[in-house]
Design a binder for this molecule. Structure first.
Ligand SMILES: [Zn+2]
Length: 288
């Protein structure tokens, strides 16, 4: 991130969700950037996603948490669409990490020209076959023309991306000069992150290989010719993340505790810190 080579171990934790393997989060001594260390080789990374429960890719899970996830997702789809309509100049959108395509489908119904990127083949095929969307495996395969999109979105995706700088350069190339980039990320400086520590579900090791603070995001994107013009909260993420974190601590769901702590996280952020559990960054290419 800042080209420094000095870092120290910050948190010893585990992949609580799937493999139960131990992983470490390191912190750059110079800029404070948190990263999973070591991270899985990219060619081995897919095995950490091979779960029937991996919710964003699964349509048929009937469990309570899964039902809750779908409820929140449907709400989020509406909220995200409203945000896009506020910032979209031209109605051409690329959603990177589009999953099963619910968000893109909503925008298609609002007269957007929509395209998606999704690396997971079952999610990609669902988006193609069920929602009839144009979805590519990755940016290289898609090979878009320069200045193709008015809006590019990454909802909880950048923290999974191996080739960070190349990806942002490619986004810059295919986004219009007056376009908008929208990036949502878990916030390791949130109250719930500090409270849950190594159990915080927002770390999601080793699937999340970076853990961005807002100053990391600003520095990273400034270096690539973007400016953060606004930061918005994602209120529901506190609840979902707290539920999972409570499960990682106790081995079972604790709905009451999670609800209380998530609400506290939102209230504290509202009260001044603005450090919500997850944040949406609105970015614009800088005029050169
Ligand atoms: Zn650094």
């Amino acid at each position: 991130m800042c080209k420094s080579t000095k870092f120290s171990s910050k948190i010893d934790s585990f992949d609580y969700f799937l493999s139960k393997e131990p992983f470490n989060i390191a912190k750059c001594d110079s800029c404070g950037f948190l990263f999973t260390n070591p991270r899985p080789f990219q060619e081995n990374a897919s095995k950490y996603y091979e779960s029937e429960e991996y919710l964003s890719h699964n349509q048929n899970n009937q469990g309570l948490l899964s039902q809750l996830y779908k409820l929140v997702r449907n709400y989020n789809v509406k909220q995200k669409s409203r945000l896009i309509q506020k910032y979209a100049g031209e109605k051409t959108i690329l959603d990177i990490g589009c999953g099963t395509g619910e968000f893109l489908n909503e925008l298609k119904n609002r007269d957007f020209q929509v395209q998606g990127i999704e690396v997971n083949s079952s999610a990609r095929n669902f988006a193609r076959n069920f929602h009839k969307l144009e979805v590519y495996r990755d940016l290289n395969t898609a090979n878009f023309n320069p200045d193709s999109f008015g809006v590019i979105t990454m909802w909880h995706v950048l923290e999974h991306v191996y080739h960070l700088h190349e990806t942002i350069n490619e986004i810059k190339r295919i986004l219009k000069d007056n376009g908008t980039l929208i990036v949502a990320l878990p916030n390791p400086e949130s109250y719930d992150a500090n409270l849950y520590g190594k159990f915080w579900a927002g770390y999601d090791l080793p699937r999340h290989i970076y853990h961005f603070s807002s100053s990391n995001v600003k520095n990273l994107f400034n270096a690539h010719g973007f400016k953060v013009i606004n930061i918005k909260p994602m209120y529901f993420d506190a609840y979902y993340v707290s539920l999972l974190s409570e499960k990682y601590i106790a081995g079972h769901m604790n709905y009451f505790k999670a609800f209380y702590r998530a609400s506290l996280s939102n209230f504290k952020a509202m009260g001044g810190s603005r450090n919500y559990s997850s944040l949406i960054y609105i970015l614009k290419p800088q005029k050169t």
